[in-house]
Every structure is written in structure tokens, then in C-alpha cells.
Design a protein around this ligand. Structure first.
Ligand SMILES: C[S@@+](CC[C@H](N)C(=O)[O-])C[C@H]1O[C@@H](n2cnc3c(N)ncnc32)[C@H](O)[C@@H]1O
Length: 204
């Protein structure tokens, strides 16, 4: 869903910033519509966009001075750029290098300093070993870890966001518990909106 520039300022955002984010989100939807026709019609691809308005609300609620933000699977970069515009120091990691190029172009059009790396958000060395023994990763792809390119390990980030496909949440929570910084927040977007986890547990 696109951000509504006419929405009451319940989030306390400056109207100019809100309008900029609304334009970004609208352009994100246009890019997605073309991607859906040009790429997804021919071949399955794991990229589907989040409900940008709901993610915006969560990012506004979590923001604070000097926070480092990381998006796992940043696709066209809309959410990482949104985080940058909201004042986070923002990075995105995306496995598909063509999407990383799209995200960099979008960031430069919006005057955003958001940074993107092509590669995997899974640090080398991490293995998912759940108690039930089913360590399949679903749609999460394989690739070289992108953290060396970011020059920050996962533990350096205060807020990490992802939009997992159904069934992939547990792996992300486990990865954050194993490699995330203490007290860092994991924001997972799903059917019920955005849930926040801290140290492996949901935050009420
Ligand atoms: C469901 S989409 C979410 C897109 C975006 N984060 C959003 O919320 O609108 C998941 C994205 O993760 C990417 N992806 C899958 N496995 C990955 C991995 N191991 N490392 C980085 N990105 C990955 C996919 O290419 C896809 O763009």
C-alpha cells in the first residue's frame, strides 16, 4: 500500500518528508508492477513488496538518534531508503544484483545515502539447526555473505528488518539470536503487520 501524503500527521512526520516518502513508495509500486510483468511472469522470483505504509509506521516507532538499520533482502530498496530518509544509518543486502542496481538508482533519485550490497544476509559460518531437524531455508537463497562489503558484521546493527515468506520467520529469529547485537530489534513483516523481536523474543 502506498504512503498517503494527505494522512493526518499522527506519526509526527514533517509534511515534506511524508510527501517524499509517499512519492518513493509510489515509485516503488510502479517498479514492482513492471518487474512483475517483465520478470515474474516468465520465472518465479522471491521478490514481493511489503505493505510500505505499515513498515513506515514500524520504522517511525523504532527510530532514534544514531541507529543503524539493515534490511535483509532489500529488493528495490524502498524500505532501506525510507529508513535513511527517517534518519537511520541504513544498509540493504539483496541477493539479486539486478535489484541492487535498481535500489542504487532509486536512492540517488531520492537524494538518499542508503547503501546496498549484493550478496547474502546469511553470515558465512551460520547454519540453521532447528530442534525438529528441518533446516530447510524455503525461498531464502544461497550466496556469498555481503557483510564484508558492508564493513559491518550483523552485530553492529540496531534495527534489522525483513519480509519473510511463510515458514521462514523462525530461521530469521534464530540467525538474529546467534549473530545479532544484544538488545537489537528484529522487525518481521507478515500477514498481521510488523512484529518486533528482541533477543529472540517478541516484544509486546
Ligand atoms: C519477500 S521479498 C521482500 C522485499 C523487501 N524486503 C520488502 O519488504 O518489500 C524477499 C527478498 O529477499 C531476497 N533474498 C532471498 N534470499 C536472500 C539472501 N540469502 N540474501 C539476501 N537477499 C535474499 C529476494 O531476492 C527478495 O528480493
Amino acid at each position: 500500500m502506498a504512503a498517503d501524503p494527505g494522512a493526518p500527521a499522527r506519526d509526527g512526520l514533517d509534511p515534506e518528508l511524508r510527501a517524499r516518502i509517499a512519492a518513493l513508495s509510489d515509485e516503488g509500486w510502479e517498479i514492482w508492477e513492471r518487474f512483475d510483468v517483465d520478470v515474474r511472469r516468465n520465472d518465479w522470483h522471491p521478490f514481493v513488496p511489503a505493505d510500505y505504509e505499515r513498515v513506515l509506521e514500524a520504522l517511525v516507532a523504532q527510530r532514534g538518534p544514531g541507529l543503524r538499520f539493515l534490511e535483509w533482502g532489500s529488493a528495490t530498496g524502498v524500505i532501506t531508503i525510507m529508513a535513511d530518509l527517517l534518519g537511520y544509518e541504513a544498509w540493504g543486502i539483496e541477493l539479486d544484483p539486478a535489484l541492487v542496481e535498481v535500489a542504487r538508482g532509486l536512492a540517488s533519485r531520492y537524494g538518499s545515502g542508503a547503501r546496498f550490497a549484493a550478496g547474502s544476509f546469511i553470515p558465512s559460518g551460520y547454519r540453521y539447526r532447528p530442534a525438529d531437524g528441518d533446516g530447510r531455508l524455503g525461498t531464502i537463497g544461497d550466496g556469498a555473505s555481503a557483510y564484508p562489503e558492508l564493513r559491518h558484521p550483523l552485530e553492529d546493527f540496531d534495527v534489522v528488518y525483513a519480509y519473510p515468506w511463510g515458514g521462514e520467520e523462525a530461521m530469521m529469529i534464530d540467525l538474529m539470536r546467534a549473530y545479532g547485537g544484544r538488545g537489537a530489534r528484529l522487525l518481521l513483516h507478515g500477514g498481521e503487520g510488523v512484529r518486533v523481536y528482541r533477543d529472540g523474543r517478541p516484544v509486546a
